[in-house]
Design a protein around this ligand. Structure first.
Ligand code: NAP
Length: 401
């Protein structure tokens, strides 16, 4: 029998036997979840010498939920996550073109998980297309509710799209080709500032040197440009004595131990992350930019199989693999479980079980260094032995010392 995690006055209160709901996921989800759970249980037990244990609570979403309840995202799942506050999930299928809306998007919006946090770092020995992949070590805070995730989109030729086109032409003289599809990109000061504030708080706590606001404000002046402006504003208003804008750093002037707030236009940022990755630390980005940037950055250090993520709000958090369900490998005990395992490490870190998080990372570092790795790494790593998902999990556990 476990106890609930509580959130009081901005802090997590975590019992020794916390109940944590999990969603196994579709496709390869069950393979990687099984392996991840085995690692979590073994590491928690080892590190706490048996004092702590997670009581995992399965909740349904995706195909498994649909089969059992006829609903892709049952209300009971949301209630359980709301009640227990922190959950972890494998990837879920998103049927293409119509049908249900993305379950992942629905979960994030219903629990108001407004920050998608994706740390991207290099693990020694992982094959990478870069000459010095170790120079990239960033934590990306991507806005998770607005922008293209707001879900306001109308099909070409639909009554709604035609009505919006007519309205904009008649009222404001906007020129939009008739028959176009329409997507709306809302971005608010409120949504931007709570995301940027979370990124700055993280940077201050983790002693990171900078927070970079990534935007395409040169073209989209009021949405992406707003992100930049509101970002600098919240830094000045809420963290004025702990941050300094890059523009105020002159020759001979240090940053005085403050977090430097920078901004970069999206296309330039892609180039910068390839050319001078060590100049960046925490990154705050609107929804679409953040999505593209996180996958591109993950590719530089070895791909999606190793990229963790957390969707975090105020007092609620759902951690998840950043890759999809990789359905062609489902049930083969083949794919890399590290994305979910590292997401678990992020979760334990957030909950204050930093010893568990650090031990998981040591285990992964050791397993990769031993060159007994899953197919995705083995096919690029000279001298590596390919092992299954479950064998890789055992190898991680062996390397936790
Ligand atoms: P995907 O499932 O991420 O797979 C694309 C490729 O990435 C795979 O074929 C595989 O590459 C590689 N890959 C993914 N997971 C891996 C792992 N654990 N270990 C090693 N390699 C891995 O993308 P997709 O095929 O575009 O999407 C499939 C479904 O997942 C869709 O329904 C999509 O909507 C959904 N999806 C869900 C989430 C989520 O739940 N958060 C995120 C993205 C997509 P190789 O072929 O080279 O081996």
């Amino acid at each position: 029998m476990g106890d609930r995690i509580e959130f009081q006055q901005g802090r997590w209160i975590v019992p020794d036997r916390p109940i944590i709901p999990f969603i196994e996921g579709d496709g390869t989800g069950p393979d990687i979840w099984r392996a991840a759970r085995r690692v979590f249980d073994a590491v928690v037990e080892k590190v706490s010498k048996g004092r702590r244990r997670v009581e995992w609570l399965e909740v349904l979403a995706g195909e498994k939920a649909f089969k059992a309840t006829n609903s892709w995202l049952p209300e009971a799942t949301l209630d359980a996550i709301r009640a227990h506050r922190v959950a972890i999930k494998g990837p879920l299928t998103t049927p293409v073109g119509g049908g249900i809306r993305s379950l992942n998007v629905a979960l994030r919006q219903l629990l108001d998980l407004y920050a998608c946090i994706r740390p991207v770092r290099y693990f020694e020995g992982v094959p990478s297309p870069m000459k010095q992949p170790g120079k990239l070590n960033v934590v990306i805070f991507r806005e998770n509710i607005e922008d293209v995730y707001s879900g306001v989109e109308y099909q070409a030729g639909s009554e709604q799209a035609d009505a919006v086109i007519r309205f904009l032409a008649e009222r404001y003289g906007a020129k939009i080709r008739s028959g176009s599809a329409i997507g709306i990109k809302p971005m608010s000061k409120f949504g931007t500032q709570r995301l940027v504030a979370k990124a700055i708080q993280y940077a201050i706590q983790a002693r990171c040197p900078s927070v970079t606001l990534v935007h395409k404000g040169n073209i989209m002046k009021f949405t992406e440009g707003g992100f930049r402006e509101w970002g600098y504003e919240v830094a000045r208003q809420r963290f004025g004595d702990q941050t300094v804008p890059e523009a105020e750093l002159g020759p001979g002037k240090g940053n005085g131990g403050r977090v430097v707030i920078k901004d970069r236009i999206t296309d330039a940022m892609f180039a910068q992350l390839v050319l001078r990755p060590d100049e960046y630390s925490v990154i705050a980005a609107p929804n679409l930019n953040g999505d593209l940037l996180s996958d591109a950055a993950a590719a530089q250090v070895g791909g999606l199989g190793l990229a963790p993520g957390g969707n975090v709000g105020d007092g609620y958090a759902v951690y998840e693999a950043t890759h999809g369900t990789a359905p062609k490998y489902a049930g083969q005990d083949k794919v890399n479980p590290c994305s979910v395992i590292l997401s678990g490490a992020m979760m334990f870190e957030e909950l204050g079980w930093t010893d568990v998080a650090a031990a998981i990372i040591r285990g992964i570092e050791g397993a990769i260094a031993s060159k007994r790795v899953t197919y995705d790494l083995a096919r690029q790593l000279p001298g590596a032995t390919e092992v299954s998902t479950s064998q890789f999990a055992e190898c991680i556990i062996e390397h936790v010392r």
